[in-house]
Structure formats: C-alpha cells, structure tokens
Ligand binder design. Structure first.
Ligand code: UDP
Length: 412
C-alpha cells in the first residue's frame, strides 16, 4: 500500500569541505550509538515541495552513517489530498468547516495506509498532517518511537481542525519537531518538543555551483531575455506564497524600470491539487505581458532548471504570507543572492534584514526593495556573500542530520 521511495546513495565525507570536519566527526560519534537502527520516514509525496526535497538527501545520509533508513509515501484518493491541503491551510489559520465527509475521507485513507504499515522500525518519522493519523490507526505494537515532524506553523490554527487532529492523533506521538519552537501550539501534549530548521543539499544538482553563462543559456530557452534584469520567485502555486502579489510587485517595478522581467517558477506537487488552479490564475493575471514567464515541471523545469533560474536571477523574491521555512529562500541565498522575503514563518531565520536580504510586508515594499537591489548591484553582491555564509553555517544537510541523530539518541 505505502510506496517505497528509492534514493541515490550519498556520502557524508563529501560535505566536509563545505561544512568542516568538526560537525562530520560529531555526526559519526552520534551515529555510533544508532548503528543499524531501523528508521522510517513517511510523507505524502515523493516529488514537489520541501519535504520530498529534504528526504532525497537525508535518507541516503542516514544510511551512509549506518542507520537502516527507509522512506515510504502514503497512497490515497485524490479527494484525500484536497482534504489534507485544506487541513494544511487551516493549520496556518484559514477557515474550514469540518464536515462528516471530510473527516471520513481523512480517516479512511489513513486507516487503509496504517493497515499496511510494517512493524519492525525503531523510529518512525511522520511528516506533516497528511499521514498524522497513522499512529492512531496502526497502534503501538513494539517499542517504536513515533515522531511527528511538522513543517508548518501551527501556532494560530483554525480551532476546529486543531481540536480534531490534536487530541486523537497528534498527542499520541513520543515527540514533535517544528522548525521553530514557537510554531508548536501550546496545547500540544507530546512528551518532547524539539525545534530545528530544515536544510538544503549543497551537492544536489539544484544547488551545485552553476556558471552564470550556463544558467543564462538555460533560462533563455524559457523565453527570458538574458540582456535584461530578471526577478524570480520559485515556489509551488500556493496562495500563501502569494504569486499574484509577486506579479503586482513586479508591475510596480516595471513602472520605474520598463526592461524588468519576472519568472514565476513552480512545481506541481502530487499532494497539492490547489496548485493547478492557482497556476491558471497566475497565467490569467500575467495576461499578454510576455515579460512574465510562468513555468513549471510541466515545461521541463526540474532541478537543474531551478538552479539556473536562481543563478540567473538579479533578484530573488519569496513573498510568502505564511511559510514553514522556505527552502527556496535557502537555495537562493546559497547561490549568493539576497532574497526579498515575506516577513513570515521561517523566512526571518534566513533573511536577516539588510544583511542577507529584506523582509517585506506588502507588494509596495517588495517592489521598492527589488528596485533598490536592481539599481545597486554592488550592494546585492555584498549581501549575497553574507547570504551564502549564513546558509553554510546553519542550513546545510549535515547539520540537519546531526539534529535528527541527537533526537533519536534522546528518545532511544
Ligand atoms: N521546487 C522545485 N521546482 C519548482 C518549485 C519548487 O523544485 O518549480 C522546489 C524548491 O526548489 C524547494 C521546494 O520545491 O526545494 C519547496 O520547498 P519550500 O520549503 O520552499 O516550500 P514548500 O513547497 O515545502 O511549502
């Protein structure tokens, strides 16, 4: 029933030149106690969105240091993903009327997956709300430690959805992990709440250094005029990521700088049916302005192409109004780009005002900052250096691996 996802092997030692030997040694020390431990990560999509991105690296690195780590994706009806996307939105505060039908769809699909879950794991990490009811339906049959890894900010949720999920499903876990401690709702009753941010893989095709000429050649294939300035936002077509707001901000910039272009680069994740609708709205909003490029994986935009857009960008925007963390911000900072980010969720962890980018609250502010960076490339370059260093210190995969190992050791 659950689908096993295969990942490409990776070797922790390859990361030493980027992160230093000290953390690599610490990871090996932590892992020594966990040799052979059977770990299962469960989420709802093998592709698209931050969780899948993380697991493609975290899994092989866990294996490389001796854990017997696995990744499985739940299978469910399309309706289920409509429901869980609504839960995702509701946990970030959007209204939702919980009906019997919604509850039934959520429970039915979780129960079906739970019945097929194998039992022989020591640590089971369940990502986000979609599979969160697995523990309830599966029950505890051995000594496994169950961890709920929540990638969104649940501090001000829709109460109806929270009151449905929390007591019956979430409170059963042994631990919950959030990106920031304040994302945990004070009512959550799990024995341990941990907080650590996600990470990017500096050695993945999405994040390896790419020459500017190569990046430009790639984006030119998507209709970008490489002789003119380019604003880029890479993200799922999700209302919280505000792609329509980005178009408005771009239009304000264009009044002052008519040559500017915008690329909205978005992937359609299998667990996000809302994406297709917002993609269509973004296209309509762009209308006949051919300086707005709306592209996605449907156009062959995959890791290398995302890398190219981020590398070729003059300014990267992530104008989210809610955001768990925003790996796209990390990815751009790592490429030496200051990021104009919405002042939301985990973005301020990464965008340090005036140092690694700018935090904005409105389209107007976003446009002003974008224009300032476009008109001042030296400033952008200087901020870009700091941006990269900030990511090196805090948001690369080895640190993330270490934080998981520390947690497993504590729960053992
Ligand atoms: N992504 C991608 N192609 C796209 C849009 C997004 O590969 O067209 C990737 C992006 O590079 C990042 C992840 O999807 O690695 C999105 O993670 P983030 O934390 O920013 O947001 P989420 O989608 O998880 O809310």
């Amino acid at each position: 029933m659950l689908q096993a996802i295969e990942t490409q092997p990776k070797s922790l030692k390859d990361y030493a030149p980027l992160v230093g030997e000290e953390i690599i040694a610490e990871i090996h020390t932590l892992a020594a106690d966990l040799k052979g431990a059977r770990v299962l990560h469960i989420n709802s999509t093998p592709y698209g969105g931050g969780v899948a991105e993380i697991l493609h690296t975290l899994l092989p690195l866990m294996r490389d240091v001796g854990l017997d780590a696995h990744w499985q994706v739940i299978r469910a009806e399309l309706q289920f993903f409509e429901v869980t996307k609504a839960f995702h939105n509701a946990l970030q505060g959007m209204p939702l009327e919980l009906s019997e039908e919604i509850i039934d769809i959520y429970n039915r699909n979780n129960q079906a997956n739970a019945e097929n879950l194998e039992d022989d794991f020591e640590f089971i990490v369940v990502h986000d709300p979609q599979p969160a009811a697995l523990l309830h339906f599966h029950g505890r049959h051995n000594n496994a430690r169950w961890i709920w890894r929540c990638h969104i900010d649940t501090s001000t949720p829709n109460q109806q959805v929270w009151n449905f999920l929390r007591p019956t499903y979430l409170d059963l876990y042994d631990a919950a992990v959030f990106t920031l401690e304040r994302f945990a709702h004070p009512d959550l009753r799990v024995p341990k709440i941990a907080a650590f941010p996600p990470s990017i893989d500096p050695l993945s095709p999405k994040n390896l250094p790419m020459r500017k000429e190569e990046a430009k050649a790639i984006v030119a294939r998507y209709g970008v005029d490489i002789t003119r300035p380019l604003l880029v936002q890479v993200s799922r077509f999700d209302p919280w990521k505000d792609p329509l707001g980005v178009i408005e901000a771009y239009r304000r910039v264009k009044k002052k700088m008519p040559e500017v272009q915008l690329a909205l680069v978005g992937a359609m994740a299998a667990d996000d049916p809302e994406g297709v609708r917002l993609y269509a709205r973004a296209l309509r909003r762009a209308g006949d302005d051919f300086d707005i490029d709306v592209v996605s994986n449907w156009d062959g935009v995959h890791d290398r192409e995302v890398n190219a857009f981020q590398t070729a960008a003059d300014v990267v925007i992530q104008k989210s109004v809610r955001e768990g963390f925003g790996l796209t911000v990390t990815e751009a900072l790592w490429k030496g780009k200051p990021v104009i980010g919405g002042n939301a969720g985990g973005i301020p962890l990464q965008v340090i005002e005036g140092e690694t980018g700018f935090l904005v609250e409105s389209e107007k502010e976003c446009a002003l900052r974008a224009l300032a960076l476009l008109q001042n490339p030296d400033l952008a370059l200087k901020m870009g250096h700091k941006a990269k260093e900030h990511v090196r210190q805090n948001f690369l995969s080895p640190r993330h691996l270490r934080d998981y190992l520390r947690l497993f050791r504590e729960l053992k």
